[in-house]
Ligand binder design. Structure first.
Ligand code: GLC
Length: 462
């Protein structure tokens, strides 16, 4: 089983693997009430346990009658930064994406969930804690097996982040005296790194910045952090548009001949959803009838002129394209820093220098995009590829899935990052891992349970 907390919806699912990259999934989604996002941890986690109970009763009622030896093993996709100490233990570092529940910070989120599950006497054990990007990486590797699994799992949805596979010899884990936290299974020679790239460049050295970005940040629950995410992901694009349009209305006479509702979403913080941008971008009609309709229904402004509809389209395009181009940066950085396009790139630098190198790669990628280095020619010779296998990037999230042209703009930017463009952007295969975080988390719960049994845990303890 898997549950997924991290965006607009809370999702519960159970997955049956059918082999050969196929699976069957049963799932239920519930929108997370806004007051639970800023209330207490008790309220949020008991809400989640209740949804799990409903799901198990509907889809797995047999488990209620069986003994505790048959508890369902659950992968918990919790898409916020955690300090993960074990496969099912992780302490919340900070909230992102509009959540702000102070008493949960510093707590083990698996324990919080398990306590509420136990209180409702549901036969479920939290077996693994998974970031959505890691789940996406796993799901993509299961769904599209090549010689290698996927390199990157990335989310461009309510938030944005990526995880990738790194060689163990590039990583060092710290061990605190007196505990075993720094010990881990080294048998595969690899480790998945959750980069939390949403917080990239919080010092604002290279990110593009406008007065609307600054205002959005000032009025957010977490000013000064997640600055990359605030320019890229779905939670924020609608708000950037709203602030921009509001300024044009207040200071440049936009909508002066239109009918603006008093309680229009245009006046409400977070009132404009990112789907508005997707709908406006997608209008290819001459008279922009869809733009006008969206303005009426989603912004609360009717009878806009054709010029105003055009202006909306230009704004949306600028915001959406900036997001897609920025999204290419961490992908390029990881591809370059892992040396996947060029074996010569692979170094044996110690971890802290490697981490530096990932950030340096991202910074260079930014600069080449922003300063507008000439795009690498399409015909550039392919670099010294490690083999012919594509470099697989599994993605998920409403922005990459629904924003028209998002992947094309991202790819265009990837080509413009000189090193990637020259070395073979064509080898980069980007594919949607639909609902990947749920499937991936269930896969990880399965593996974690098998590993626990192999390590000598008894079935009854699971
Ligand atoms: C935020 C979270 C991160 C998550 C991402 C996508 O950036 O901090 O953990 O992966 O959103 O949901």
């Amino acid at each position: 089983m898997a549950v997924d907390l991290g965006g607009t919806n809370f999702r519960v699912c159970s997955v049956t693997l059918l082999g050969n990259s196929n699976f069957k999934i049963a799932q239920e989604k519930t929108q997370i009430p806004r007051d639970l996002m800023v209330g207490t941890s008790k309220k949020l986690f008991s809400f989640m346990a209740q949804q799990i109970k409903n799901f198990v009763e509907t889809h797995h009622s047999d488990h209620f009658t069986e003994s505790s030896e048959h508890r369902l093993q659950l992968g918990f996709t919790f898409s916020f930064p955690v300090d993960q100490k074990a496969v099912n233990k992780g302490y919340l570092i900070r909230w992102t994406k509009g959540f702000d529940i102070k008493d949960a910070v510093g707590q083990d989120v698996c324990e919080l969930l398990q306590n509420e599950i136990d209180a409702l006497e549901i036969p479920v054990r939290v077996a693994a804690l998974v970031n959505d990007t890691v789940g996406t990486l796993m799901a993509r590797s299961y769904e599209s097996p090549g010689k290698h699994g996927a390199l990157i799992g990335a989310i461009f949805g309510t938030g944005t982040n990526g995880a990738y596979v790194e060689n163990l010899d590039k990583l060092t884990k710290m061990t605190a005296p007196g505990n075993t936290f720094g010990e881990y299974d080294k048998s595969t020679g690899e480790m998945v790194v959750n980069t939390e790239w949403g917080n990239f460049d919080k010092g604002m050295n290279v990110l593009p910045d406008t007065e609307f970005d600054r205002q959005l940040d000032r009025d957010s629950v977490n000013p000064g952090i997640q600055m990359f995410e605030k320019r890229v992901s779905g939670m924020f694009l609608g708000e950037i548009l709203r602030l921009t349009v509001l300024k044009l209305k207040n200071e440049a006479g936009m909508f002066s001949t239109s009918n603006v509702k008093e309680n229009a979403p245009l006046f409400e913080q977070w009132g404009v959803d990112t789907s508005v941008l997707s709908d406006i971008e997608g209008d290819k009609s001459e008279d922009l009838s869809q733009v006008r309709q969206v303005a009426e229904e989603k912004l609360g402004v009717s009878e806009i002129t054709l010029d105003e509809a055009r202006a909306l389209k230009i704004l949306v395009h600028a915001i959406g394209k900036r997001s897609a181009r920025l999204s290419a940066v961490p992908i390029a950085a990881i591809i370059l820093a892992t040396g996947k396009l060029s074996p010569a790139e692979t170094t044996t630098k110690p971890t802290h220098q490697r981490r530096q190198s990932l950030i340096e790669k991202a910074t260079t990628a930014f600069q080449s995009l922003i300063l507008g280095n000439p795009p690498a020619a399409d015909t550039a010779p392919a670099g010294p590829a490690t083999d012919d296998e594509p470099i697989d990037v599994g993605v998920d999230g409403s922005v990459v899935e629904f924003y028209p042209g998002f992947e094309e703009y991202l790819r265009e930017a990837l080509r413009e990052v000189n090193e990637v463009g020259n070395l073979g952007e064509k080898r980069v295969r980007i594919g949607i891992a639909k609902d990947g975080s749920g499937v991936g988390a269930a896969l990880i719960a399965l593996v974690a349970t098998k590993a626990a049994l192999m390590a000598g845990m008894k079935k009854g303890d699971l």
